[in-house]
Design a protein around this ligand. Structure first.
Ligand code: CA
Length: 231
Protein backbone atom coordinates (compact mmCIF):
# COMPACT_ATOMS: atom_id res chain seq x y z
CA UNK A 1 0.00 0.00 0.00
CA UNK A 2 1.29 3.36 -0.97
CA UNK A 3 0.46 6.26 1.32
CA UNK A 4 0.81 9.99 0.82
CA UNK A 5 1.03 11.93 4.08
CA UNK A 6 0.55 15.69 3.78
CA UNK A 7 1.76 17.30 7.01
CA UNK A 8 3.62 20.56 7.61
CA UNK A 9 4.93 19.59 11.06
CA UNK A 10 8.05 17.89 9.75
CA UNK A 11 9.10 16.24 12.98
CA UNK A 12 5.72 14.59 13.36
CA UNK A 13 5.58 13.68 9.66
CA UNK A 14 8.92 11.85 9.86
CA UNK A 15 7.99 10.05 13.07
CA UNK A 16 4.67 8.82 11.68
CA UNK A 17 6.28 7.89 8.33
CA UNK A 18 8.83 5.73 10.16
CA UNK A 19 6.10 3.75 11.91
CA UNK A 20 4.09 3.34 8.69
CA UNK A 21 7.19 2.09 6.85
CA UNK A 22 7.77 -0.47 9.59
CA UNK A 23 4.21 -1.65 8.96
CA UNK A 24 5.15 -2.17 5.28
CA UNK A 25 3.47 0.91 3.88
CA UNK A 26 5.34 2.86 1.23
CA UNK A 27 5.19 6.48 2.36
CA UNK A 28 5.73 9.77 0.54
CA UNK A 29 5.62 13.04 2.44
CA UNK A 30 4.49 16.48 1.35
CA UNK A 31 4.93 19.49 3.61
CA UNK A 32 2.41 21.96 2.20
CA UNK A 33 -0.93 21.88 0.41
CA UNK A 34 0.39 22.67 -3.07
CA UNK A 35 3.01 19.93 -2.98
CA UNK A 36 0.38 17.57 -1.53
CA UNK A 37 -2.08 18.36 -4.31
CA UNK A 38 0.56 17.84 -7.02
CA UNK A 39 1.42 14.41 -5.61
CA UNK A 40 -2.23 13.46 -4.98
CA UNK A 41 -3.11 14.25 -8.61
CA UNK A 42 -0.55 11.67 -9.77
CA UNK A 43 -3.14 9.03 -8.81
CA UNK A 44 -0.32 6.81 -7.53
CA UNK A 45 -1.54 6.52 -3.95
CA UNK A 46 -3.80 4.00 -2.26
CA UNK A 47 -4.57 6.22 0.73
CA UNK A 48 -3.89 9.87 1.53
CA UNK A 49 -3.52 11.19 5.08
CA UNK A 50 -4.25 14.88 4.86
CA UNK A 51 -3.76 17.48 7.56
CA UNK A 52 -6.29 20.33 7.42
CA UNK A 53 -4.10 23.18 8.65
CA UNK A 54 -1.44 23.47 5.95
CA UNK A 55 0.57 26.31 4.42
CA UNK A 56 -0.22 27.50 0.86
CA UNK A 57 -3.42 25.47 0.41
CA UNK A 58 -5.44 24.00 3.29
CA UNK A 59 -6.44 20.34 3.44
CA UNK A 60 -10.08 20.95 2.54
CA UNK A 61 -9.03 22.86 -0.59
CA UNK A 62 -6.61 20.06 -1.54
CA UNK A 63 -9.37 17.49 -1.08
CA UNK A 64 -11.94 19.48 -3.09
CA UNK A 65 -9.49 19.98 -5.97
CA UNK A 66 -8.58 16.28 -5.97
CA UNK A 67 -12.23 15.21 -6.14
CA UNK A 68 -12.92 17.79 -8.88
CA UNK A 69 -10.07 16.28 -10.88
CA UNK A 70 -11.60 12.82 -10.48
CA UNK A 71 -9.05 11.43 -8.03
CA UNK A 72 -11.00 9.01 -5.84
CA UNK A 73 -8.13 7.94 -3.55
CA UNK A 74 -9.48 7.43 0.00
CA UNK A 75 -8.57 10.31 2.31
CA UNK A 76 -8.18 10.40 6.09
CA UNK A 77 -8.38 14.02 7.27
CA UNK A 78 -6.47 15.14 10.34
CA UNK A 79 -8.58 17.66 12.20
CA UNK A 80 -7.98 19.80 15.24
CA UNK A 81 -9.56 18.36 18.36
CA UNK A 82 -13.22 19.24 18.84
CA UNK A 83 -13.62 21.06 15.54
CA UNK A 84 -16.98 19.57 14.57
CA UNK A 85 -17.47 22.10 11.81
CA UNK A 86 -14.15 21.06 10.23
CA UNK A 87 -15.18 17.41 10.28
CA UNK A 88 -18.50 18.18 8.60
CA UNK A 89 -16.81 20.33 5.94
CA UNK A 90 -14.24 17.60 5.40
CA UNK A 91 -16.77 14.83 4.99
CA UNK A 92 -18.83 17.06 2.68
CA UNK A 93 -15.73 17.66 0.57
CA UNK A 94 -15.23 13.94 0.04
CA UNK A 95 -13.13 12.69 2.97
CA UNK A 96 -13.57 9.01 3.83
CA UNK A 97 -12.56 9.25 7.47
CA UNK A 98 -11.10 11.70 9.94
CA UNK A 99 -8.87 11.56 12.96
CA UNK A 100 -8.54 14.29 15.58
CA UNK A 101 -5.07 15.48 16.49
CA UNK A 102 -3.27 14.51 18.63
CA UNK A 103 -3.82 10.84 17.83
CA UNK A 104 -2.26 7.55 18.85
CA UNK A 105 -0.32 5.94 16.03
CA UNK A 106 -2.15 2.63 16.66
CA UNK A 107 -5.40 4.46 15.96
CA UNK A 108 -4.07 5.72 12.63
CA UNK A 109 -2.86 2.22 11.69
CA UNK A 110 -6.29 0.78 12.54
CA UNK A 111 -8.01 3.43 10.37
CA UNK A 112 -5.65 2.70 7.48
CA UNK A 113 -6.37 -1.03 7.70
CA UNK A 114 -10.12 -0.43 7.91
CA UNK A 115 -10.11 1.94 4.97
CA UNK A 116 -8.02 -0.45 2.89
CA UNK A 117 -10.48 -3.27 3.64
CA UNK A 118 -13.62 -1.21 3.19
CA UNK A 119 -12.59 0.08 -0.19
CA UNK A 120 -10.90 -3.14 -1.32
CA UNK A 121 -8.94 -0.43 -2.95
CA UNK A 122 -5.92 -0.58 -5.19
CA UNK A 123 -4.81 2.59 -6.91
CA UNK A 124 -5.47 2.53 -10.63
CA UNK A 125 -1.85 3.47 -10.92
CA UNK A 126 -0.72 0.41 -8.96
CA UNK A 127 0.73 -0.98 -12.20
CA UNK A 128 3.91 0.70 -13.23
CA UNK A 129 5.19 -0.16 -16.69
CA UNK A 130 8.64 0.35 -18.14
CA UNK A 131 10.01 -1.02 -21.42
CA UNK A 132 9.17 -4.76 -21.40
CA UNK A 133 8.32 -5.07 -17.70
CA UNK A 134 5.35 -4.18 -15.50
CA UNK A 135 5.39 -3.90 -11.74
CA UNK A 136 2.35 -4.18 -9.52
CA UNK A 137 3.69 -2.36 -6.48
CA UNK A 138 0.76 -3.42 -4.32
CA UNK A 139 1.11 -7.15 -4.86
CA UNK A 140 4.89 -6.84 -5.53
CA UNK A 141 4.57 -8.94 -8.69
CA UNK A 142 6.88 -8.21 -11.60
CA UNK A 143 5.67 -9.20 -15.08
CA UNK A 144 7.66 -9.56 -18.25
CA UNK A 145 7.75 -11.79 -21.32
CA UNK A 146 4.74 -13.78 -20.14
CA UNK A 147 6.31 -14.61 -16.77
CA UNK A 148 5.77 -13.35 -13.25
CA UNK A 149 8.18 -13.05 -10.36
CA UNK A 150 7.33 -12.01 -6.86
CA UNK A 151 9.64 -9.30 -5.54
CA UNK A 152 10.52 -8.52 -1.96
CA UNK A 153 9.19 -5.22 -0.64
CA UNK A 154 12.64 -3.61 -0.93
CA UNK A 155 13.18 -4.85 -4.49
CA UNK A 156 9.78 -3.49 -5.45
CA UNK A 157 10.46 -0.14 -3.77
CA UNK A 158 13.83 0.10 -5.51
CA UNK A 159 12.39 -0.68 -8.93
CA UNK A 160 9.53 1.76 -8.38
CA UNK A 161 12.02 4.46 -7.40
CA UNK A 162 14.15 3.83 -10.50
CA UNK A 163 11.15 3.79 -12.86
CA UNK A 164 9.64 6.97 -11.41
CA UNK A 165 13.04 8.67 -11.83
CA UNK A 166 13.74 7.29 -15.30
CA UNK A 167 16.18 9.39 -17.29
CA UNK A 168 18.07 10.39 -14.16
CA UNK A 169 20.44 8.78 -11.71
CA UNK A 170 19.00 7.97 -8.29
CA UNK A 171 21.58 8.53 -5.57
CA UNK A 172 22.44 5.96 -2.94
CA UNK A 173 21.26 8.32 -0.21
CA UNK A 174 17.79 8.64 -1.78
CA UNK A 175 17.58 4.87 -2.14
CA UNK A 176 18.59 4.39 1.50
CA UNK A 177 16.04 6.93 2.68
CA UNK A 178 13.21 5.34 0.71
CA UNK A 179 14.01 1.70 1.48
CA UNK A 180 15.32 1.86 5.03
CA UNK A 181 14.30 5.27 6.37
CA UNK A 182 16.13 8.48 7.04
CA UNK A 183 17.53 7.41 10.41
CA UNK A 184 18.66 3.91 9.43
CA UNK A 185 22.16 2.48 9.64
CA UNK A 186 21.97 1.11 6.09
CA UNK A 187 24.85 2.04 3.79
CA UNK A 188 26.01 1.72 0.17
CA UNK A 189 26.65 -2.02 0.53
CA UNK A 190 22.97 -2.59 1.40
CA UNK A 191 22.00 -0.74 -1.77
CA UNK A 192 24.44 -2.83 -3.83
CA UNK A 193 22.88 -6.04 -2.53
CA UNK A 194 19.33 -4.93 -3.40
CA UNK A 195 20.47 -3.82 -6.87
CA UNK A 196 22.10 -7.21 -7.40
CA UNK A 197 18.89 -9.03 -6.39
CA UNK A 198 16.81 -6.87 -8.69
CA UNK A 199 19.20 -7.33 -11.63
CA UNK A 200 18.99 -11.07 -11.11
CA UNK A 201 15.17 -11.03 -11.25
CA UNK A 202 15.28 -8.91 -14.42
CA UNK A 203 17.63 -11.48 -15.99
CA UNK A 204 15.34 -14.33 -14.94
CA UNK A 205 12.50 -12.56 -16.77
CA UNK A 206 14.85 -12.16 -19.77
CA UNK A 207 13.96 -8.49 -19.65
CA UNK A 208 16.03 -6.05 -21.68
CA UNK A 209 15.77 -3.49 -18.86
CA UNK A 210 19.14 -2.60 -17.33
CA UNK A 211 20.06 -1.02 -14.04
CA UNK A 212 23.14 0.99 -14.83
CA UNK A 213 25.70 1.93 -12.22
CA UNK A 214 26.56 5.61 -12.44
CA UNK A 215 29.89 5.64 -10.65
CA UNK A 216 30.11 8.07 -7.78
CA UNK A 217 26.41 8.91 -8.05
CA UNK A 218 24.05 5.96 -7.88
CA UNK A 219 21.89 3.99 -10.29
CA UNK A 220 19.79 4.64 -13.35
CA UNK A 221 17.29 2.47 -15.14
CA UNK A 222 17.64 2.04 -18.90
CA UNK A 223 15.22 0.36 -21.34
CA UNK A 224 17.92 -1.63 -23.14
CA UNK A 225 17.77 -2.39 -26.83
CA UNK A 226 14.59 -3.76 -28.28
CA UNK A 227 14.94 -7.34 -29.39
CA UNK A 228 17.93 -7.92 -27.16
CA UNK A 229 17.86 -9.46 -23.72
CA UNK A 230 21.50 -10.39 -23.31
CA UNK A 231 24.35 -8.92 -21.19
CA1 CA B 1 -0.66 21.42 10.23
Amino acid sequence: MRVLYVEDEKHMALAVAQVLKKSNYSVDLAHDGEEGLDLALSGLYDIIILDIMLPKLDGIAVLSRMRQEGIETPVILLTAKGETEEKVRGLDSGADDYLAKPFQIEELLARLRALGRRKGYLAQGSMLGYADIELNYNTLDLYGNGQTFHLTLKESQLLELLITHQGQAVTNSIIIEKLWGWDSEAGDSHVQVQVAFLRKKLRLLTSRVKIKTIYGVGYMIAPGEEGRADV
